[in-house]
Write a protein that binds this ligand. Structure first.
Ligand SMILES: NC(=O)c1ccc[n+]([C@@H]2O[C@H](COP(=O)([O-])OP(=O)(O)OC[C@H]3O[C@@H](n4cnc5c(N)ncnc54)[C@H](OP(=O)(O)O)[C@@H]3O)[C@@H](O)[C@H]2O)c1
Length: 279
């Protein structure tokens, strides 16, 4: 059974708007969870070299019975592999661990000022032209660095994967991404579970017979943003996928946007050389 998940078009690729995140699913725990996600209908899986679970994700894809070509697979290059040569080798190792001949999207995990962005992007473009990834992208790039990367890259930047949930405004990065034709992928889309206790999200959910988590994921998808929730609870894998049969009114969307606050950021690991957009 596979419900039709809307896809976000970015350049030549179509990215399923709902994916399954795998951060902190370590020591084999990702295997049954990714298998379950694929059984429920997810066709987009997000991993990273630094998560230490690429081999587990690859094993789950193999045993799932879902055709590789039907899955949108993303991984990320860690910041200590950004020099020319290191990046290409790192991509090859990721593919080996995943047991695939290409990924669909390869991201630079965080911006790293010590290595010239031009050097890293040249290496990333080379990996793409060799067919090791269908598309390339970024993660945690503020709007200024996103714009710089787009200028330096031959291939389109397919996404900027950034923290985004109701407690964080993303106006500036989203506007820049829209202007560049780049998609946004929301990490920690459920604010690491915090949305479950939110009175506004609970009230909106009650009006639709949905949970606060479902309301939040719908709010993201309805903006054309890609969401990659993670859970280690099989029942929630299905809950988080069940967001395709309702929609939020303009007023409900606005009320959720109104939850953004200056201290809403959860993962602040940006190098001091750069600054987050003010809003
Ligand atoms: N690019 C980056 O730098 C970056 C950084 C962080 C994350 N990511 C990616 O984004 C993915 C998602 O982010 P995340 O893992 O930080 O956080 P998240 O998806 O916002 O939240 C995960 C947490 O929420 C809970 N949860 C899941 N579904 C729920 C629901 N329906 N209701 C209430 N609570 C729920 C989970 O607990 P249970 O397990 O108990 O369900 C877990 O503790 C990651 O797994 C990773 O793939 C990328």
């Amino acid at each position: 059974m596979s419900k039709l998940v809307p896809a976000v078009r970015s350049g030549d690729v179509l990215i399923p708007a709902l994916g399954f995140g795998t951060w902190q699913l370590e020591n084999g725990t990702a295997v049954p969870l990714v298998e379950k996600a694929l059984e429920v209908g997810y066709r987009h899986i997000d991993t990273a070299q630094i998560y230490g679970n690429e081999a587990d994700v690859g094993a789950a894809i193999k045993t799932s019975g879902v055709k590789r070509d039907d899955i949108f697979l993303t991984t990320k290059v860690w910041i200590d592999q950004f020099h020319d040569g290191d990046l290409q080798r790192s991509a090859e190792i990721s593919l080996e661990k995943l047991g695939v001949d290409h990924v669909d999207l390869l991201l630079l995990h965080w911006p790293k000022p010590e290595v010239p962005l031009a050097e890293t992007l040249k290496a990333l473009n080379e990996v793409q032209s060799r067919g090791l990834t269908r598309a390339i992208g970024l993660s945690n790039f503020p709007s200024a660095q996103l714009e710089e990367a787009a200028k330096l890259s031959d291939a389109p930047i397919a996404t900027d994967q950034v923290e985004y949930h109701p407690y964080l405004s993303l106006k500036a990065v989203k506007a820049k991404a829209d202007a560049l034709g780049t998609s946004i992928t929301a990490w920690s889309p459920l604010a690491q579970g915090k949305v479950a206790q939110d009175p506004v999200l609970i009230a909106i959910g009650q009006a639709h017979g949905k949970t606060p988590g479902q309301v939040t994921l719908r709010w993201l998808i309805q903006q054309g943003v890609i969401a990659i929730p993670r859970t280690s609870n099989p029942a929630r894998i299905a809950e988080n996928f069940d967001v395709l049969d309702f929609s939020l009114s303009e007023d409900e969307m606005t009320r959720i946007h109104g939850l953004a606050r200056p201290d809403g950021r959860l993962g602040d690991w940006l190098d001091k050389a750069y600054a987050w957009d003010a809003e």
